[in-house]
Design a protein around this ligand. Structure first.
Ligand code: HEC
Length: 103
């Protein structure tokens, strides 16, 4: 991994899957909210959608559910294709399947 400003895409090298063995982890997602998703919003959407910001009450972007529920509006504002991809992935994997219209 490079830290000199160049982002190199690579598969997560540390996730080894054993076939037949069940994962006990609650995060089945390949995208981790705190590690992968939140930093994107911290970078672009600060300070308004973070604590102290004027939109924090209505749309707190430090909460995964806000992202999941507002995917369309959010993806309209994110331009970086890598970021769009990981947000999509995260929302897809974390959407509650039984409620299409979560209120
Ligand atoms: C300068 C402050 C500010 C920043 C930075 C900001 N927002 Fe907002 N955002 C607002 C305000 C104010 C509203 C409510 C008024 C409106 O709807 O335009 C809003 C509303 C929204 C909405 C709901 C309305 C809609 O259009 O769907 C979404 C989704 C949203 N913002 C996403 C984002 C995302 C994603 C980012 C970062 C890429 C971001 N915002 C950055 C101030 C901000």
């Amino acid at each position: 991994m490079s830290i000199c400003g160049v982002t190199i895409k690579q598969p997560p090298s540390h996730s080894i899957s054993f076939s037949g063995e069940k994962k006990v982890s609650t995060t089945a997602s390949s995208a981790n909210f705190d590690q992968d998703i939140k930093p994107i919003f911290e970078k672009h959407c600060n300070p308004c959608h973070f604590p102290g910001g004027k939109m924090y009450e209505r749309l707190p972007f430090d909460q995964a559910l806000t992202i999941i529920k507002n995917e369309q509006g959010i993806l309209r504002r994110i331009k970086d294709t890598d970021e769009v991809k990981i947000i999509r992935e995260f929302v897809e994997e974390n959407s509650p399947s039984e409620t299409n219209n979560a209120k």
